[in-house]
Design a protein around this ligand. Structure first.
Ligand SMILES: Nc1ncnc2c1ncn2[C@@H]1O[C@H](COP(=O)(O)OP(=O)(O)OP(=O)(O)O)[C@@H](O)[C@H]1O
Ligand SMILES: [Mg+2]
Length: 406
């Protein structure tokens, strides 16, 4: 997992890595893939490099239409575009390179490429320049904490590959954010108006809270039910300043999922349960039949503070921001962290805060923020605590304290 600045030589490096692996392959049928965000891009940039660097290999065979190079030992390198993932279905890989990962649709890795590595125990190499909080950032964080992965980062001020003079000239014409992103590899630099910055999120994931910090605090559960075309439902337990690790449920029908939520409620004994009404109606009805008291929340409905927020979703997310600022702690979960730090905000004609809609996040190649929405749901309405809550030794403003049950 290589994060590197622009013009480091990333594409040349990974192409040569693939060539070296192919040339030394002993299986007689080695398959190596190079994947760029678009096939046209793979062809215009990497294809020339592949031909150039293999030109000296005796007996190598180039196929211009398939974008493949075959080697005498039976190994093959083939170029793909992530814009046409179906071309990769049904193939296997001994090794695969994903160049400019930040521009790829996030599902391509999990749905298509990762499974194709399984039968040959293949490797994957990710390389690119940061572009905000997306799959690339998540994989970088994942790699930092998992032994079979390696994550490295190369910044232009450290590598010395781009001459100092040239860097100074780049600084002069680029915005500070552009420079931080393209040359200093700063994942948090791309969007100027994110609601919750990655710095806030990182701090929130490092809070070492103890039981004493949340003793007696209100317990709230937020449930984000899978929407069409997305099969993950998420259950979030928040206890005052503490957001516990989230429960993700995949491919469950409404009845099964309602049963799971019911068990979670029995165990956690929340003071309030908020469920996303968008796709959650079946789940809500079922839970009520079973005698559970739950509240449905419509993300698009008007906010409680309708003069400040354009809709309920914007309001809930801003409460998450305030909560983090007041000391809220989140689990160190890379997905949750990047989801929280993704949406931008603006103000509408009436001066009300509007959070970036999910469709816009999708257009930017980001996935639906299911985990972060589940946390946001725990701020749908203030909840009156039943546990006393007085032992929570935190100072916070009156406005926020009602969300903590103090
Ligand atoms: N090891 C190397 N030695 C000398 N020159 C190199 C080396 N690797 C790459 N180059 C040259 O550096 C330039 C940039 O290489 P490359 O396209 O691989 O960079 P990149 O990091 O992928 O750039 P971008 O960020 O624009 O995608 C090219 O002109 C390439 O020929
Ligand atoms: Mg490149």
């Amino acid at each position: 997992m290589i994060v590197a600045h622009r013009r480091l030589g990333k594409t040349v490096c990974v192409i040569n890595h693939a060539i070296m692996k192919a040339l030394t392959d002993k299986s007689g049928s080695g398959r190596y893939g190079y994947i760029a965000p678009y096939r046209s891009q793979a062809k215009s940039i990497a294809w020339d490099y592949v031909k150039h660097f293999t030109a000296g290999v005796p007996g190598r065979n180039v196929n211009e239409t398939e974008l493949t190079v075959d080697f005498p030992n039976g190994a093959r390198i083939r170029l793909f575009g992530a814009d046409n993932p179906d071309a990769m279905r049904g193939l296997y890989f001994d090794g695969v390179i994903l160049d400019e990962v930040a521009d790829m649709k996030p599902e391509v890795w999990g749905e298509i490429i990762r499974p194709a590595l399984s039968d040959r125990n293949g490797w994957a190499c990710f390389i690119g320049t940061p572009k905000g909080q997306n799959l690339f950032h998540e994989l970088y964080e994942y790699g930092l904490s998992h032994n079979s992965w390696c994550s490295v980062i190369y910044r232009a001020d450290e590598t010395g590959i781009i001459p100092a003079q040239e860097l100074e000239e780049a600084i002069a014409v680029m915005s500070a954010n552009q420079y931080r992103q393209e040359f200093l590899c700063d994942f948090s630099a791309s969007e100027d108006n994110v609601l919750i910055t990655i710095d806030m999120v990182s701090d929130a994931a490092k809070k070492g809270l103890t039981e004493a910090d949340i003793r007696g605090a209100v317990r709230v559960m937020g449930v984000d039910v899978a929407r069409f075309g997305d099969d993950r439902s998420v259950i979030c337990r928040r206890e005052g300043l503490w957001c516990h690790d989230m429960r993700i449920v995949e491919n469950a029908d409404n009845m099964t999922f309602a049963g799971i939520v019911a068990r979670e409620i029995d165990e956690f004994k929340p003071d309030g349960v908020f469920i996303d009404a968008g796709r959650g109606e079946g789940v809500i009805d079922r839970l009520r039949q079973l005698g559970y008291s739950v509240l449905e929340i419509n993300f698009g409905s008007s906010a409680s503070e309708s003069a400040r927020y354009a809709n309920k979703r914007s309001e809930m997310w801003d409460k998450v921001r305030e909560w983090i600022k007041s000391g809220g702690a989140i689990p160190n979960n890379p997905e949750l962290k990047s989801e929280l730090a993704s949406p931008t905000y603006k103000f509408d004609a009436g001066g009300r805060l509007v959070l970036e809609p999910k469709e816009k996040l999708k257009e930017r190649g980001l996935r639906s923020p299911d985990l972060a929405d589940a946390l946001a749901l725990t701020f749908a309405y203030p909840i009156r605590g039943t546990r006393g809550g007085q032992s929570v030794r935190r100072i916070m403003n009156d406005d926020m304290s009602k969300y903590f049950g103090l």
